[in-house]
Design a protein around this ligand. Structure first.
Ligand SMILES: Cc1cc2nc3c(=O)[nH]c(=O)nc-3n(C[C@H](O)[C@H](O)[C@H](O)COP(=O)(O)OP(=O)(O)OC[C@H]3O[C@@H](n4cnc5c(N)ncnc54)[C@H](O)[C@@H]3O)c2cc1C
Length: 386
């Protein structure tokens, strides 16, 4: 799948136009109240941006990862935050790639139109962390349904989602033939589950992220909502992670550009000791370095997206791109704070908010150390640490 530069530019232009309706003060208010940016979510849904990756036969725009990256990059470059929307774009990938024809027909058109909000992704648990195979939530088959018990943490947007893609253990760890077997993926209808056994508890975090912990107490899921084969869910989830990492990396590229522009504008403008502060190399060079980091990261992120669009494997580019882009955004955030001096800490400049927001991406959806372990072990052939 290829997309022309003109088409990409047109997409970027329309994202920019939409984002212009959501200026800093909109995000500041939401941040202060830790409120969900529902107007922004609705606008992005209605514009069709969140259905970018859904094939046209299911009501989406059938675009590839490169176009989806451009949408999220532009969103962040404009000063908006895609944390409230990005999961609607990629969580459906598990259904698209591994669901039955009936399941695709049942859910994908409604996800594309926004009638079904598929914004929740239940993988992480309090005791397992990065070690997904150690998760303890179980789904036990009883007749025509499964009964789920356990807990998830950092299940973002659960309060604003109709469905959750849930990963749970269906075969005990000591009874599986292969280490990666025994986990299964379900489309959990949270509207039904909330009536019987599902509890959502919001977690207030350093930035406005609508994240939660969720508890399952004998929650019933119809067996028809099992995606793919029972016991193969870990592979299905891994399958979608590279796309998720690439999309989040694109958000980091957007953040990096937002911070760099702010830093450049202010450094040209602000005069201290009779000169613009940007004249000083102590100010200029860290901005230049952050720009170089962003440009290099951008090449890697879009290399991942292009490979994916061409149907090629892109795990190496996706992981490296995610690491470099999150670090570039952080370098840009750091110098943006520094050049603004005291003003960086004033809410109305938006810098301290964006600074808090962009820090997340070195931890989630995968932490930098785990990417380094992947590079060391899977690419370079060094011994495994886990
Ligand atoms: C705001 C937010 C939103 C999130 N949203 C979701 C969501 O919607 N759905 C979901 O399922 N999850 C979500 N997550 C969870 C996220 O994916 C995890 O936080 C992330 O994968 C790291 O796992 P952990 O927090 O358990 O850290 P841990 O696994 O406990 O790791 C802690 C630290 O130890 C390091 N470490 C661990 N093992 C090794 C090793 N072998 N070698 C070197 N270093 C190591 C890690 O790199 C990390 O720095 C979210 C998290 C946050 C904070």
């Amino acid at each position: 799948m290829t997309i022309s530069t003109e088409e990409l530019e047109a997409i970027r232009d329309s994202v920019r136009a939409l984002c212009a309706k959501f200026p800093g003060e909109y995000w500041r208010d939401k941040d202060r109240d830790r409120a969900y940016p529902i107007e922004f979510v609705n606008a992005m849904t209605e514009a069709g941006f969140l259905a970018a990756l859904i094939p046209e036969e299911f009501g989406g725009s059938g675009l590839g990862l490169k176009a989806a990256c451009a949408i999220l990059e532009e969103t962040h470059k404009s000063g908006c935050n895609a944390g409230a929307i990005h999961a609607q774009m990629y969580t459906m990938g598990t259904v698209l790639k591994h669901g039955s024809p009936e399941q695709k027909k049942q859910w994908l058109p409604k996800i594309a139109s926004g009638e079904i909000r598929l914004q929740a992704f239940g993988v992480t648990e309090p005791t397992s962390g990065s070690d997904t195979l150690a998760l303890q939530t179980t789904a036990v088959k009883q007749g025509d349904h499964y009964v789920v018990n356990g807990q998830k943490i950092w299940t973002s947007r659960a309060e604003y989602s109709d469905f959750m893609v849930l990963l749970a253990r269906t075969t005990p760890k000591d009874k599986v033939a292969k280490k990666g077997d025994g986990l299964s993926v379900f489309m959990l209808d949270m509207r039904e589950a909330l009536k019987a056994g599902l509890t959502i508890r919001p977690i207030r975090t350093m930035m406005n992220h609508a994240t939660t912990e969720v508890f399952f107490d004998n929650v019933k899921v119809p067996a028809a909502n099992l995606i793919g084969e029972e016991g193969k869910g870990f592979r299905y989830i891994l399958d979608g992670m590279n796309a998720e990492r690439t999309l989040i990396a694109a958000e980091c590229l957007g953040d990096a550009q937002w911070f760099i522009k702010k830093a450049v504008d202010y450094s040209n403008d602000r005069k201290v000791f009779g000169n613009p502060i940007g004249k000083n190399q102590g100010i200029q060079f860290p901005i230049a370095r952050a720009y170089a980091q962003y440009k290099a990261a951008s090449l890697m992120v879009y290399a991942a997206a292009e490979k994916d669009d061409a149907g090629e494997k892109m795990a190496e580019e996706a992981n490296i791109g995610k690491m470099l882009a999150s670090e570039a955004a952080w370098a840009a955030a750091e110098i943006c704070i520094q050049v603004h001096g005291g003003f960086a800490f004033a809410e109305e400049f938006d810098i301290e908010r964006k600074f808090r927001e962009t820090r997340l991406y070195q931890v989630a959806p995968i932490s930098t150390n785990l990417i380094l372990a992947y590079i060391g072990q899977n690419i370079l052939g060094l011994p495994r640490s886990y």
